[in-house]
Design a protein around this ligand. Structure first.
Ligand SMILES: Nc1ncnc2c1ncn2[C@@H]1O[C@H](COP(=O)(O)OP(=O)(O)OP(=O)(O)O)[C@@H](O)[C@H]1O
Length: 242
């Protein structure tokens, strides 16, 4: 098995009773790639992502994430990935510094590492002036940037981002994507879901899910050519809305 493939999925399926939420999806993601995982509401993205991060057992199929099997080594997967979503965020009633220290502890970093990393993060993100403020008092865009950095604290091989920029303004979203590029340049694989089609253009490759199936998967450029579309929004509409 090639070591450059950090996610390998074959025929992965999840059923809830008679309903097939994820219908035999297959794809591979390379180390350092920014992989966009798109689909309309209810297409099955979250269900698929939950299987990949080891918190939901697939009904059938195969998947390896960061070198570990989702059926037999889900705990190892959790240790080797980062995860960020709007639903799993920072603690509003802890300060920026306390949040970083808290999550550093959860990820099993040593005290000295936590201290070094939290100082570096605060410096990198220009957070010195707000380091001792409660996270709850910060704008959403800041929370998301901190949340992303916290998800990278333990230097995971892959970071899973579930609609990381939902609800923030375009400038903050652009800044957030600069952070994504930086992480990918350093070799972290980024698996990201988004509803913003401009963001789909920033991905190395994009998969589009429709009713539980991956209906298209390629670079944004090739998808636009294949669908004779001017932008990813048109590609998405042609596919996801039939
Ligand atoms: N625990 C569950 N039991 C039954 N059906 C479920 C369960 N979880 C999800 N589903 C169904 O599976 C389908 C896919 O849901 P999922 O949340 O994965 O979609 P999604 O693409 O992530 O959508 P969104 O963009 O709205 O988050 C939906 O029809 C949903 O109702």
């Amino acid at each position: 098995m090639s070591t450059n493939k950090v996610i390998q999925v074959e025929g992965l399926t999840k059923m809830f009773g008679d309903f097939t939420a994820v219908d035999s999806i297959s794809f591979e993601v390379e180390k350092g790639e920014i992989f966009g995982f798109l689909g309309a509401n209810g297409a099955g993205k979250t269900t698929a992502m939950k299987m990949l991060i080891g918190i939901s057992k697939p009904t059938s199929g195969k998947a390896q994430v960061a070198g570990f099997d989702v059926f037999t080594h889900a705990e190892d997967i959790k240790k080797n990935i980062g995860y960020m979503s709007q639903k799993f965020a920072l603690y509003d009633d802890l300060t920026v510094k306390e949040n970083i220290q808290f999550f550093g502890g959860i990820y099993g970093l040593a005290r000295t590492q936590i201290k070094e990393k939290s100082n570096a993060l605060i410096e990198d993100l220009g957070l010195k002036t707000v380091a001792n403020q409660l996270v709850g008092s910060l704008p959403l865009g800041w929370k998301q940037k901190i949340s992303f950095s916290v998800a990278l604290l333990h230097e995971p091989k892959i970071v899973f981002l579930d609609e990381p920029t939902g609800g923030v303004d375009p400038i903050t979203r652009r800044q957030f994507w600069e952070m994504i590029y930086k992480a990918a340049d350093l070799g972290t694989t980024v698996f990201v879901t988004t509803h913003y089609m401009d963001e789909a253009e920033y991905c190395d490759r994009v998969s589009i899910m429709v009713n539980g199936k991956i209906e298209a998967l390629d670079t944004p450029q090739r998808l636009k050519e294949a669908f004779k579309a001017n932008n990813m929004n048109e590609v998405f509409l042609k596919l996801a809305r039939g």
